[in-house]
Design a protein around this ligand. Sequence first.
Ligand code: ZN
Ligand code: ZN
Length: 284
Amino acid sequence: MKQARTDFHVHPGYSIDAAPVSIRDYCLRALELKLDEICFTTHIELDPARREIDNFVFFRGQRISIFNRAWLEGYFEELEGARQEFRQAGLKVKAGIEVGYCRGCEKFVEKITTEYPFDFVLGAIHCLDHIAIASLTESPRYFHQKSLAQLRHEYFSLLRELVAAGLFDCLAHVDIYLRYGFKHYGPAILSLHRGAIEPILAEMARRRMGLEINTSSRCRGLAEFHPTREILQLAAEAGVSIFTVGSDAHSLEQLGDGIDEALALLGELNLRNHIFTRRQAVPC
Ligand SMILES: [Zn+2]
Ligand SMILES: [Zn+2]
């Protein structure tokens, strides 16, 4: 069965680690790539211990606090403009956000996702022990001081809490620790999830929470997408039935990367790609 070509994980220039590319330029590129739908997922980190490091977004040429609502007003205005401009061309434009989960962020996430008409709220873990394990420059500081057992305990404990928070439509790059951890710990890290992830996947299924296939692993030298095929199969066995695909593009060239292969993988496993509209999943 042919599945819609979607990219549900895209970082326009609001994200502080993304290239300064506008929503409109991503939409133009999406048309060239013949995508049916694009969802922008500006990234916010909320850990107060990292307030001076990454609790920011770029807005109108300035770095402003994510707690300053001006950027959200501007973000939704820009998204609405793109929605109208590209409607006739057949490209659907969705409003999303990627929240870097940390303990204590729940109130703020609940507030903005109630007050603003998001289509898609993506939950992610980027930091453990206040260190960005998803960052090339910061992650060695974490990996050097933690054993694999510690990583396993800290990552999956936090993941369990993320899912239980009930605030997220979908979980991004569930095995993100492989991104830079594989080089540090070696192949043993590939089985880190075994025995820890199954109950979390079961809880996701119970909550009808989605799981993302994130293709950005490829440009970082990993053999598989996030998650690995093994985890994807475990998710299906646990009853997870909602899947999205996303390139995690931080620049125009990365948009749509690996999407067709990710869709083929879903098809092979008899799983369906989904889109989200106002936080409701629909198979596509
Ligand atoms: Zn992420
Ligand atoms: Zn991302």
